[in-house]
Design a protein around this ligand. Structure first.
Ligand code: MN
Length: 255
């Protein structure tokens, strides 16, 4: 099995090394990741300057690593097109430090690296540690080592895209298959004055507790200390609105 691994926290992130440790028993691992922290870059790609690639050693591992001065999506594209010796059987992004839940996945570099894999027709996983403060990857590591062979045995279909969030604890309460919840933030921007008297804004914000009744969501699962696995699809079409718009416009003269 040929596995492509990436991490939007950068190739030297601890979560990257922990992920590689979970993958090596499964097959040949190739790391292609940004050379620095590139979180919250979404599915952004680099078009207006060249990309530089540097071969790097990951301490403690024999795997091949390339550091790219681009985004997570750039890394996956480059890996598939040129760096790997053949198409990957699986793309894994993570383990990200910080949750990727609900609509936040649209900003996420971690999830976007997996999306880029799925766009190219490969099975892909995004794995995140649902904490910024604790760096306890033990539960995530145990889970991945058990889950990946199960997934491989079950037959990974092209384009399968899973978003996984693991509580930062050695013993999560269990595993839940979830749908995307919604995440809203309060106090989104901090407004400050710099030493030269000029105003600046800094994006921060705290998530608002999910509304009651939102069951089976990723947000709810992680809040209750469960591992959340959300199967994603790339089709953003609103099919209800599709029918409604068709019906609405059918008999109208619009041109
Ligand atoms: Mn990140």
């Amino acid at each position: 099995m040929r596995i492509l691994a990436s991490n939007d926290d950068g190739i030297h992130a601890r979560g990257m090394r922990i992920l590689v440790g979970c993958l090596t028993a499964l097959g040949d691992v190739f790391i292609v990741a940004p050379d620095r922290q590139r979180s919250a870059t979404g599915l952004s790609i680099t078009m207006h300057r060249p990309l530089r690639v540097k071969k790097v050693k990951i301490p403690g591992f024999k795997v091949t690593g390339w550091a790219v001065d681009g985004t997570p999506a750039d890394c996956i594209k480059l890996a598939i097109e040129d760096l790997l010796e053949g198409p990957p059987d699986l793309v894994v992004s993570g383990i990200n430090l910080g949750p990727n839940l609900g609509n936040d996945i649209l900003y996420s570099g971690t999830v976007s690296a997996a999306i880029e894999g799925a766009i190219n027709g490969f099975p892909a996983l995004a794995v995140s540690l649902a904490s910024y403060s604790s760096e306890d990857y033990s539960g995530a590591s145990i889970f991945l080592k058990n889950f990946l062979p199960v997934l491989a045995k079950g037959g990974l279909r092209p384009g399968t895209l899973l978003n996984i969030n693991v509580p930062a604890t050695e013993r999560p309460c269990g595993v839940k298959i979830t749908r995307l919840g919604s995440r809203r933030y309060v106090n989104i921007f901090e407004k400050r004055v710099d030493p030269r008297g000029r105003l600046y804004y800094w994006l921060a914000g705290e998530p608002v507790e999910p509304e009651d009744g939102a069951v089976e969501t990723d947000v709810e699962a992680v809040k209750n200390n469960y591992i959340s696995i959300t199967p994603l699809q790339l089709d953003l079409t609103d099919y209800k609105a599709f029918d409604w718009l068709k019906h609405l416009t059918e008999a109208e003269k619009l041109l």
